[in-house]
Design a protein around this ligand. Structure first.
Ligand code: DQA
Length: 149
């Protein structure tokens, strides 16, 4: 059994009410439950954290090696475009990760095309709403169990 850490950045606690034209109607609790169920169906386990704080996300990533996390899925949200600190934490722990976005960040404002994460990530899934997370988890499980993304 592998452990997958699912990290959600700022304002994703507001999913369901927040800009539904970009992020849909789904709530974060529904996304997390679906990911937990998908992982369990394949014999794996997920842990979930949403934070509006860069510090909390950095500290959780630093703890991940001691907690036997095999893989990280992260939607850094607005921190995607700003956070060298979260990028450096992921590089420091050297746990493979996939960057996830609900919306197609390439079809929005120009500043959203800049990511501090994509070049370190195993892969990036953008633009499929809740399915972005599900596709990322499927790929992450394959990566851990078969060594392929
Ligand atoms: C987002 C895209 C980011 O640009 C934005 O700041 C978010 C959500 C997404 O999932 O589409 O908060 O990461």
């Amino acid at each position: 059994m592998a452990k997958f850490l699912i990290l959600h950045g700022p304002n994703l606690n507001l999913l369901g009410q927040r800009e539904p034209e970009h992020y849909g109607q789904v709530t974060l609790a529904e996304i997390d439950q679906r990911l937990a169920d998908l992982a369990a169906a394949r014999g794996h386990h997920t842990e979930h954290l949403q934070s509006n704080s860069e510090t909390v996300l950095v500290e959780r990533i630093q703890e991940a090696p001691r907690q036997d996390v095999s893989f990280i899925l992260i939607n850094p949200a607005a921190f995607t475009h700003t956070s060298v600190a979260i990028r450096d934490a992921l590089a420091a722990v050297a746990i493979p990760f996939i960057e996830v976005h609900l919306s197609n960040v390439h079809a929005r404002e120009a500043f959203r095309r800049q990511s501090y994460f994509s070049d370190l990530a195993v892969g990036v899934v953008v633009g499929f709403g809740r399915r972005s997370y599900e596709m990322a988890l499927e790929a992450a499980i394959d990566h851990v169990t078969q060594g392929t993304a």
